[in-house]
Design a protein around this ligand. Structure first.
Ligand SMILES: Nc1ncnc2c1ncn2[C@@H]1O[C@H](COP(=O)(O)OP(=O)(O)OP(=O)(O)O)[C@@H](O)[C@H]1O
Ligand SMILES: [Mg+2]
Length: 326
């Protein structure tokens, strides 16, 4: 990859206007043309992608995101996909990125789970700007704060407005009126200019600076069955136990995918899995000193409650992850 235009590390002259920046009038619509040097294409390094053929549903949400994050919008657009753990926020953001990337000059996926990870991702991005993928110049050690400034400035260039940045798993926000001793304010990583398209995935429902896409579980049984079928490579039609299992897993994508993956790797049937699932819940009820009833009862205090059964090799690992939604 060629070195991205206007980037230099270690001094303040990040964007010398290069003599060789030309305007290309043949970029696909609807994105306005971006100078070639700002075209980075699709960058999903490190993202937990699933095969596109396994992705089910979410068409309404995709259409809404596409409308809100149109690269022709003159202002900065920020959209947050919020929802409980395992609801499919990350996969939705990745599917959107893969489907719509030709409309953007650059699509950059970043793990925003914590500040340390995000800073490291900015450093990696600066290396990428410099073509440090074997063919570019070696830039040596890069200071993290410097890298953050470099990326923010690169995203702020007046001729570089048609990018999309995905901040994934921003679950611990520290915002005005929302305190967290471990969290941070993601806006300190946004460009200095209010431009570009930003997509955030988060378990928090309180990112008030963003337009909200609230992701819910699948309410269409056929979609739940489709996940079970694609993951297990088994036929679900006409299988009453597959339908029972799909209903029991209640439209939660992570639980459905986990079940389908397990069934695909073992001789067990949908009915066997359902039985093991019920046994695991019973086991939990017997050994949880009341916590189970709080979870099962869907207490309002625990609206951020997530119960994932991770059925590993012998179906003996059940993890429960529950948290307050801020
Ligand atoms: N639309 C979908 N179609 C098929 N499978 C899906 C879909 N959405 C999610 N999944 C499955 O569910 C799993 C969990 O999804 P994902 O990681 O996107 O959830 P999340 O909401 O980002 O969770 P977390 O809050 O823990 O980050 C995925 O690894 C995938 O296997
Ligand atoms: Mg996620």
């Amino acid at each position: 990859m060629a070195t991205a235009k206007g980037v230099s590390v270690g001094d303040n002259s990040y964007w010398h206007q290069g003599d060789n920046i030309t305007t290309n009038h043949h970029h696909p619509l609807p994105a306005p043309p971006a100078p070639p040097s700002y075209k980075l294409g699709l960058n999903l390094d490190g993202a937990p992608q699933i095969d596109g053929r396994l992705f089910v549903g979410r068409e309404q949400e995709l259409a809404q995101i596409q409308e809100w994050l149109s690269p022709v919008n003159p202002t900065q657009n920020v959209v947050a996909i919020s929802g409980l753990g395992g609801m499919g926020k990350t996969q939705l953001s990745l599917h959107f990125a893969k489907r719509c990337h030709p409309s953007y000059s650059a699509v950059i996926w970043l793990n925003a789970n914590c500040e340390t990870t995000l800073k490291a991702a900015y450093v990696a991005l600066v290396r990428r700007f410099h073509g440090e993928d074997g063919r570019g110049e070696a830039v040596g050690k890069i200071d993290e704060e410097q890298a953050v400034r470099t990326v923010r400035q690169w995203l702020s260039r007046p001729e570089n407005k048609t990018w999309l940045v995905v901040y994934d798993n921003y679950d611990d926000p520290q915002l005005p009126g929302l305190r967290s001793s471990t969290g941070y304010d993601i806006r300190t990583y946004f460009p200095y200019s209010t431009q570009g398209s930003i997509l955030i995935t988060t378990r928090s429902a309180r990112l008030t600076f963003a337009k909200q896409v609230r992701l819910k579980k699948f309410d269409d049984l056929d979609q739940s069955l489709a996940i079970l079928a694609t993951r297990s490579s088994r036929e679900t039609r006409g299988d009453g136990n597959a339908t029972k299992l799909a209903k029991r897993l209640d439209g939660l994508p992570l639980a459905l995918a986990t079940a389908g993956d397990y069934i695909g790797k073992t001789p067990d049937s949908f009915g066997d899995y359902l039985q093991m699932y019920e046994d695991a819940w019973q086991d939990l009820a017997d050994n949880s000193d009341g916590l189970f009833n709080v979870l099962k009862g869907g207490s309002e205090r625990f609206d951020g409650c997530r119960v994932d059964s991770l059925h590993e090799k012998h179906f003996n690992t059940t993890t429960i992850d529950f948290r307050y939604c801020h």
